[in-house]
Write a protein that binds this ligand. Structure first.
Ligand code: H57
Length: 428
């Protein structure tokens, strides 16, 4: 009888649905934008250049992003094939890029701009049907009660005292604001936990606030350790899951949680006027495909200029990746990591494995000089095609399985994708 239905099954809960949406989404835009952008030296400039609070406070009066256009940001993300945006609401410098009632140190109260860009972004995201996540830094180099001192921000001229309970109430109040004032959000992305790993953050309480106020919102925390209860996805900074070139990504991927890798397009998060070390579209595609082949999303960062514009060096590359996704996105969106674990030649993704259809496995050949791949024996019964072509690939028995030969005319730019229609065993 309708209306008397038992409580929603866990797999139908808003949280479970959101997790599945997240795993399907695969590609998001990360945005680091704050008053630090004015200096063009990245978002850590306050710490790195030992800028005292009194000095840093001269930045907000100069912040007037007349070129900020939320619609433009969202349209760019959509054109790039991205399904969500994660934006900095407060970074380590403590300056709030949204209208907070709990401090005057925010974009509405302390800048000549006087408007709430997060409000505009939330509206644009709703209009263009793309989800919005809030980056929020637990670490705060400005708040007088951020005490005991963490590992960073020692040269900001702050007195070494404070009331920690007040800080926790402050930050949890801000989390409440972010979950209340901007409509439905995709989730909250925490950072800076590692500054005070032993602090009484009351993360459980924080996560409860989010899940109660926003049942469909996902919680992630960039703490670089194994996931805590209440977290919905696990993130890896500047590395694909299972890799640790950064040195701090030591946690294993938790099998039960959706995964996300965040990467910069150059070598900076916040705007850096001297950093022109941009990844090529091919490198970005390889990161996206590499993430998908490991079951992870790619959250790709841009650092808008202080005037609010996202520079052409970012935009051009994003549009190129978006064009690639128009043709190849069906092997990425809605996929899960495939049955072949990452190989020197590339990765595999799979679609349809969850819905009872015959799964379609995609082999992503990322190395231009690889002309054959050997797959497990069971493939002898299956047929592989280059994506979008109807001539099957030649297969020959080989040591350890079946060899697929990739003809030159099957090669595609960035990623030669082979579609394998027969089910394959889980090789992980
Ligand atoms: O927002 C971006 C990125 C997403 N996370 C922020 C960056 O500003 C921090 C960069 N992460 C590097 C990192 C990893 C572990 C701790 C720092 C000095 C002492 C402790 C920490 C640094 Fe380490």
């Amino acid at each position: 009888v309708r209306g008397q239905a038992a409580a929603a099954k866990p797999e139908d809960s808003p949280n479970a649905l959101a997790r599945r949406w997240f795993e399907d989404a695969k590609f998001g835009l990360f945005v680091h934008w704050g008053v630090y952008s004015l200096l063009g030296k990245g978002e850590w400039v306050m710490n790195n250049d030992k800028i005292p609070i009194a000095e840093y406070r001269k930045l907000p009066p100069q912040f007037n992003p007349v070129k900020f256009d939320a619609d433009e940001w969202v349209k760019l993300a959509k054109s790039a094939g991205m399904r969500y945006i994660t934006v900095t609401t407060k970074h380590h410098d403590g300056f709030c890029m949204y209208d907070s009632k709990l401090t005057d140190y925010d974009v509405v109260d302390a800048t000549p701009y006087g408007k709430d860009p997060i409000k505009a972004l939330a509206a644009a995201c709703r209009k263009h049907r793309i989800k919005l996540f809030f980056y929020y830094s637990l670490l705060d180099w400005h708040h007088p009660d951020y005490y005991p001192w963490g590992m960073t921000g020692h040269d900001t001229g702050r007195e070494k005292k404070g009331d920690w309970a007040k800080y926790v109430a402050y930050y949890q109040g801000q989390v409440r604001e972010l979950c209340t004032n901007y409509g439905e959000i995709g989730g909250v992305w925490f950072d800076g936990w590692w500054d005070l790993p032993k602090a009484a953050w009351d993360l459980e309480g924080t996560y409860r606030i989010i899940h109660e106020l926003q049942p469909g919102a996902l919680v992630g925390n960039n703490h670089h350790v194994a996931p805590f209860p209440g977290e919905d996805f696990q993130m890896f900074e500047q590395d694909l899951p299972g890799e640790n070139s950064a040195g701090f990504n030591k946690a294993d991927a938790a099998a039960a949680l959706p995964l996300e890798t965040c990467l910069t397009m150059n070598d900076s998060w916040g705007y850096n006027s001297k950093d022109d070390h941009f990844k090529s579209p091919e490198q970005v595609v390889h990161a996206l495909v590499g993430a998908a082949g490991r079951g992870a999303n790619l959250l790709l960062n841009v650092g808008p200029r202080p005037d609010g514009a996202i520079g052409p060096e970012f935009a051009e590359r994003l549009l190129t990746v978006g064009r690639w996704l128009e043709g190849s996105g069906k092997t990425i969106y809605g996929s899960r990591r495939g049955p072949i674990p990452p190989k020197p030649w590339g990765v595999s993704t799979v679609r349809g494995a969850l819905g009872g259809e015959a799964p379609e496995v995609f082999l992503h050949i990322l190395k231009p000089d690889v002309n054959e791949v050997t797959l497990p024996e069971v493939l002898a019964t299956s047929v592989a095609f280059p994506l979008g072509k109807s001539t099957p690939l030649k297969t020959t028995a080989a040591e350890g399985g079946v060899k697929l030969t990739i003809p030159a005319d099957a090669r595609a730019p960035y990623d030669t994708i082979l579609s394998v229609t027969a089910p394959m065993p889980d090789q992980r």
